[in-house]
Design a protein around this ligand. Structure first.
Ligand SMILES: O=P(O)(O)OC[C@H]1O[C@](O)(CO)[C@@H](O)[C@@H]1O
Length: 548
């Protein structure tokens, strides 16, 4: 039997408590307590979290932690870290933490200490990286491989891309890195344009080696390689694979020596720390990649050992539950004031929405409450000239994480000061807003006549009282980026535990894949009997345009 969280006394206490908070404005909470910032602040692994600008009091935090306790969060954390089979529908543990287990703690899966296998894979990645750098592993004409093209999708693309973008200041000189993910010929065509076949290395990154998009793009890359003058027996100089599926990668023409392992106990969306990160290691260098792992490990250790009240993933996760389940919020914005982190919302969309977009409990019973939130976002200040209007004056409550490094890799005039000023200005607007009295006084002071001012004022009122977290760090170093991504991974886990769902399977994406295959065969044969009229008509229209 599942434990329905909504029936727990801890949940009911929160629901009661919410009624008092619902009528409290955060600006009053700040005015009443000069130490509010100090009270709702925590940091770990180079990341500081100021969560004072939330609709909470000390009592709220206590009650949220009671709920975490009642849902046995500490036990669940222990189970994940100890390698228990927590992904029950796929009958496997979820051990991305083992991929960055820098202290070499023993973690056993079916009796085997997987830390050894992880270290061996890392050693193989490092050796390969060194051989690419030195030119020992070279292209078919003997030239050094300088352009790395990662072919993969979902977790074999989004996480790796966040890492390589975030760590651009650390790239080795002379390397290019490109990604091909979509089964849209445009993605392939635009990426391949102008590449030099002699110096291009394709990494086929696919845990399953059966993902349609990746296989189609890998085949297209192989065809391109042959059309550009490469021979079939030279494919091995330009293609390597990261996969659990050795036979499929072998059938593609990749030598077993050039295959890098993956394991069933790593979910695709949590795999950037594994050999799925090979392209990043080549471009960044092994030392930087290991620093990324170290940062994630530091956050893991914090999550595993820190008391709940100071535990960053626990705090972030429980605040999310507070708004999604007790205030009816539907989405959560990730607003990064760091150009290097522009893809973070995309990555978190996959990690969060594929993990917690579930409507049954771990035991398969329908949930009676909201689970995963809609994750969206972008970079500041661009977002301020777009969706911030809705954040400030729309009808929906959208909690937001504002993320920013205190110092910049690219110091330019007073840009960073302005960026930080905007970072804080937006949060102030969310917190304080602007009352009707303030708006009126301003308009009248500007000389507007009283009737026009009274009419205009409601349009300019900003309600405020909209919650946000300030997440800061000194500089986007490899360690910090590792810790930041791990922080969100664990936040998602915390929420999955509270909602009693399995955050590590993804059955919802399977049906569309299967239906895509049957539509494909209908496109080829023209047989649409039994299909709904919309699908059948659109197939007919597509065939009419695409068949000679
Ligand atoms: O690495 P693979 O096996 O090609 O899978 C790619 C992605 O497909 C999914 O299974 C579903 O979209 C993701 O979980 C995964 O990251």
């Amino acid at each position: 039997m599942s434990q329905n969280p909504t029936q727990l006394p801890a949940w009911l206490a929160l629901a009661e408590h919410q009624k008092t908070i619902a009528n409290t404005h955060m600006r009053d909470l700040f005015r009443a307590d000069a130490e509010r910032y100090d009270k709702f602040n925590s940091s770990a692994a180079g990341i500081s979290l100021d969560y004072s600008k939330n609709r909470i009091t000390g009592e709220t935090v206590e009650k949220l932690l009671n709920l975490a306790d009642a849902m046995q969060l500490p036990k669940a954390i222990g189970e994940m870290f100890n390698g228990q089979v927590i992904n029950k529908t796929e009958n496997r543990p979820a051990l991305h933490i083992a991929l960055r287990n820098r202290s070499n703690r023993e973690i056993r899966v079916e009796g085997e200490n997987i830390t050894d296998a992880v270290n061996a894979s890392l050693a193989k990645m490092k050796d390969f990286t060194a051989r690419v750098h030195s030119g020992e592993f070279a292209g078919f004409t003997g030239k050094k491989l300088r352009t790395i093209v990662n072919i993969g999708i979902g977790g074999s693309f989004l996480g790796p891309k966040v890492v390589s973008d975030a760590l651009k200041p650390y790239w080795n000189d002379g390397y290019q890195l490109a990604y091909i993910a979509n089964v849209d010929g445009t993605d392939f065509a635009e990426t391949i344009k102008g590449l030099d076949v002699e110096t291009t290395l394709f990494i086929v990154a696919s845990k399953s080696f059966s993902t349609l998009e990746t296989l189609k793009n890998a085949q297209a890359a192989r065809a391109w390689f042959l059309a550009q003058g490469g021979r079939a027996d030279q494919v091995k100089h330009h293609f390597v694979a990261v996969s659990t599926n050795v036979p499929a990668a072998t059938a593609f023409g990749i030598e077993e020596a050039n295959m890098f392992p993956m394991w069933d106990w790593v979910g695709g969306r949590y795999s950037l720390w594994s050999a799925i990160g090979l392209a990043q290691m080549i471009v960044l260098g092994a030392q930087t990649f290991e620093a990324l792992l170290q940062g994630a490990h530091d956050m893991d250790e914090h999550f595993r050992t820190a008391p709940m009240a100071q535990n960053l993933p626990v705090i972030l996760g429980m605040l999310g539950v507070w708004y999604q389940n007790f205030f009816g919020a539907e989405s959560h914005a990730v607003l990064s004031y760091d150009e290097y982190l522009q893809d973070l919302p995309n990555h978190l969309q996959q990690v969060d929405m594929e993990s917690n977009g579930k409507c049954v409990t771990r035991e398969g019973e329908p949930v009676t409450y909201q689970t995963g939130s809609v994750i969206w976002g972008g970079t500041g200040t661009n977002g301020q000239h777009a969706y911030h209007q809705l954040i400030h004056q729309g009808t929906r409550l959208i909690p937001a994480d504002y993320i920013m490094p205190m110092t910049s890799h690219n110091k330019l005039a007073d840009h960073h000061e302005w960026l930080f000023a905007n970072y804080l200005g937006q949060q102030q607007a969310m917190l304080e807003g602007k009352t009707e009295a303030e708006v009126l006084a301003e308009l009248l002071a500007k000389g507007m006549d009283a009737e026009r001012a009274a009419w205009l004022a409601p349009h300019k009122v900003i309600p405020g009282n909209r919650p946000c977290n300030s997440i800061t760090f000194d500089l986007g170093t490899p360690e910090v980026i590792g810790a930041l991504i791990a922080l969100y991974e664990h936040k998602i886990f915390v929420q999955g535990v509270i909602w009693d769902i399995n955050s590590f399977d993804q059955w919802g994406v399977e049906l569309g894949k299967i239906l895509g295959e049957s539509v494909f065969s209908a496109i080829e044969t023209g047989k649409t009997d039994g299909l709904d009229s919309s699908t059948a008509s659109l197939i007919a229209a597509f065939r009419a345009k695409n068949q000679a």
